[in-house]
Design a protein around this ligand. Structure first.
Ligand code: TXA
Ligand code: MG
Length: 330
C-alpha cells in the first residue's frame, strides 16, 4: 500500500514541472492540473507504476485510463485515427475532449493502462502546466482524475491533498481548474458514440462532425463492471451525504445546491445554500460543481437537495454527474 508516503506539494513553477517529469520517469505518481479537473499521472509504459496508481486511488482495475499526450502526432503513435477522429482532434485538441480509438499493436502503452481492451482513450489537455509536464516527460501519461475512487473529481490541489496525501509522490498546485467537469469522451467507431458527456458540449462536436452523436445503449443503467463504456459505473461521483435531485422544495435539515434564483419553497429551512451560478450560467456552474458538492458533503446535512439544472450545453455533463452523485455509493 502507498499510504505513508511523503507527498510533496509544489507550486506550479518551472522547477516543479522538471520535478514532475523526473518523478514520472522513475515510476512516480504525480497529481497535476488539467483544464478539466486535476489528474493523477503516471508513465503509461510502466506497468508497476500503473498498478501503484490503481492502488493509490482504490480504483477497480477493470476501469481503463486516459492516455494524455502532447499533440496529435504523439496520439497517432499509440492509436489508429480514422477520418472522424482526425477531424475531431484537429478541431478540439488541445481541449476537454477524449477520443476512444483502436490501439496500435506496437504502442508503448501497457495493457494494464487500458484494462486489456483493444481500444485506448486519448486526450491532449489544454492546461499550460499539464502541457509543460507532458513535454518535459516526453511520453504518454495515463491520468485518471486525482481523487479516491468513488469520490467527486478534484478541481483544486487542496481536494487532491485531502484524498491522496500519503498515497502519492507529488502534487503540482496550479490553482483552481477552469472547466470543472471531466472531458467529453467520444468513441470513434462506425458511428460516433458519446461515451461520457463532459467539458466539451455535444452540440459543438456534432457541428464539426455534421452528424449526431449516438448514445451507447444502457449506459446510465450500467452498474456492472463489464462495460460498454467502461468506467461509467453508476455510483462514480458520490458524496457521502444523500443527494436529492430536482428539488422543488427544501425539507428541514437539508442543504441546498441552487442554480439561478433559489426561489424554492422552504429555502429558509436549508442548513446551508450554495449557488452553482446565481446568474444561471452553465459554464460557471460546471466549474463550481465538484467543489460545492465536496463542501456541502462536510456540513452534516441530512441530504443535499439540488435544484433542476437545464440539460443543454454543459448542462448535460452537469446533470450526468449529479445523477451519479444521487445514486449513492455501494
Ligand atoms: O478530464 C478528464 O478526462 C480527466 C483529466 C484528468 O484528464 N480524466 C478523467 O479520467 O476523467 P478518469 O479515469 O476519471 O475517467 C476516464 C474515463 C473512465 O470512465 C474510463 O472508463 C473511460 O474514460 N475509458 C478509458 N479508456 C476507455 C476505453 N478504451 N473505452 C471506453 N472508455 C474508456
Ligand atoms: Mg474519475
Amino acid at each position: 500500500m502507498n499510504v505513508g508516503l511523503k507527498t510533496q506539494i509544489l507550486p506550479a513553477t518551472e522547477a516543479a514541472v522538471a520535478s514532475a517529469a523526473r518523478c514520472l520517469a522513475q515510476g512516480g505518481l504525480v497529481a497535476f492540473p488539467t483544464e478539466t479537473v486535476y489528474g493523477l499521472g503516471t508513465d503509461a509504459a510502466n506497468a508497476r507504476a500503473i498498478a501503484r496508481l490503481y492502488e493509490a486511488k482504490g480504483r477497480p482495475s477493470f476501469n481503463p485510463l486516459i492516455a494524455h499526450v502532447g499533440d496529435i502526432g504523439a496520439g497517432m503513435r499509440i492509436a489508429r485515427f480514422n477520418a472522424m477522429a482526425t477531424k475531431l482532434a484537429e478541431a478540439f485538441w488541445p481541449g476537454p475532449l477524449t477520443l476512444v480509438l483502436p490501439r496500435t499493436n506496437d504502442s508503448a502503452v501497457v495493457d494494464l493502462a487500458t484494462a486489456g481492451l483493444d481500444t485506448i482513450a486519448i486526450r491532449v489537455p489544454a492546461h499550460r502546466i499539464a502541457r509543460a509536464i507532458l513535454r518535459a516527460f516526453g511520453g504518454p501519461v495515463v491520468a485518471p482524475s486525482a481523487n479516491l475512487s468513488g469520490h467527486v473529481s478534484p478541481t483544486s490541489a487542496a481536494h487532491v491533498q485531502s484524498d491522496l496525501a500519503g498515497r502519492i509522490d507529488l502534487i503540482v498546485d496550479g490553482g483552481a481548474v477552469e472547466v470543472g467537469v471531466e472531458s467529453t469522451i467520444v468513441g470513434c467507431f462506425d458511428a460516433p458514440l458519446l461515451l461520457r458527456p463532459g467539458g466539451l458540449p455535444r452540440g459543438e462536436i456534432e457541428r464539426v462532425l455534421g452528424r449526431a452523436l449516438v448514445q451507447p445503449p444502457h449506459e446510465a443503467e450500467n452498474t456492472t463492471n463489464q462495460p460498454l463504456a467502461p468506467g461509467m459505473l453508476a455510483s462514480h461521483y458520490a458524496p457521502r451525504t444523500p443527494v436529492r435531485l430536482n428539488a422543488g422544495h427544501i425539507e428541514a435539515g437539508e442543504a441546498l445546491l441552487a442554480f439561478g434564483t433559489p426561489a424554492v419553497p422552504g429555502v429558509d429551512a436549508a442548513t446551508v445554500v450554495m449557488n452553482l451560478s446565481a446568474l444561471g450560467d452553465l459554464t460557471e456552474a460546471a466549474a463550481n460543481l465538484f467543489g460545492y458538492l465536496r463542501t456541502l458533503d462536510l456540513r452534516g446535512a441530512r441530504a443535499i437537495a439540488v435544484m433542476p439544472v437545464p440539460d443543454h450545453g454543459l448542462g448535460e455533463a452537469i446533470n450526468d454527474r449529479l445523477r451519479r452523485a444521487a445514486m449513492g455509493r455501494e
